[in-house]
Design a binder for this molecule. Sequence first.
Ligand SMILES: Nc1ncnc2c1ncn2[C@@H]1O[C@H](COP(=O)(O)OP(=O)(O)OP(=O)(O)O)[C@@H](O)[C@H]1O
Ligand SMILES: [Mg+2]
Length: 299
Amino acid sequence: MSAELTSIEETRDALGSAGYLAGESTALVSFLAARMGKPVLVEGPAGVGKTELAKALARATKRKLVRLQCYEGLDEAKALYEWNYRKQLLRIQVEASDAGWSEVRDDIFGEEFLLPRPLLSAISAEEPVVLLIDEIDKTDQEFEAMLLEVLSDFQVSIPELGVVEAKTHPLVLLTSNNSRELTEALKRRCLYLWLDYPDVERELEIVRLHAPELSEDMTRKLVEVVHMVRNLDLKKPPSIAESIDWARALLLLGAEDLDAGVLERTLSVIVKHRTDLDLVAERVGVKLTDGLIGSRRAG
Ligand SMILES: Nc1ncnc2c1ncn2[C@@H]1O[C@H](COP(=O)(O)OP(=O)(O)OP(=O)(O)O)[C@@H](O)[C@H]1O
Ligand SMILES: [Mg+2]
């Protein structure tokens, strides 16, 4: 049975119980999407929780998650449906000797020989699902057009079989890393959520949630360092995913403090370009040595 999201507050709480700390706009847009039945386009830098939001919404609403991972060259056969050629061929071989072609033909284009892919699975599910269309910016505009049709009509027409109408409406989330501008037509049909790096306090909560064993002091220091590193002009700033990894790495290494030495040894967990490594070691290491990080502890 799926659970309903009846208010913004409840949405935030339900996401929280599902292990996702939602900011105000995240809770608001998720609530509206569930109530209005509109897809949400989630954009933002890498590793800020776009994919996880869909997973958490599935857990929060007790719905099944159907995921379509997009990539360059993704086509209808992999996204919508395709015919199970092998099975069709076998049936033809079995029947060919004593049945006419028209009978065999009717037979092999039946539902039994259809392989539903994520989009078709999502709309033909008996119970409403959460449909995650991840990294839509990796596909081309033709794919987007096909998607629009499915998302606005909630039906799929299969020439040999007829129209498959949605039994239930999925809660749809599309994510994008902005590698290309999406079409206006798609944006018009979606609610929009921009996810950015969180502020220090929210990121502290998120890291605590994922690495509760790390001491409060170290966690705060770690998040402050990450924020400082994000403010440098790096090729690839560290994301929430990297803050969490770093916390777990420090735990595994049994580090007791986050000082310049520990930073230097573990820097590659959060910074992944050679030139960035040099810059961070130079700028942030000094601040740790001078005790300028972690000194503004709250309470
Ligand atoms: N608000 C949050 N509450 C709890 N965990 C979070 C939150 N935001 C991000 N995370 C955690 O951060 C990590 C990265 O999130 P996710 O994979 O969803 O990022 P993404 O935006 O989809 O990145 P990419 O663009 O690289 O696919 C996950 O482990 C996720 O659990
Ligand atoms: Mg993702």
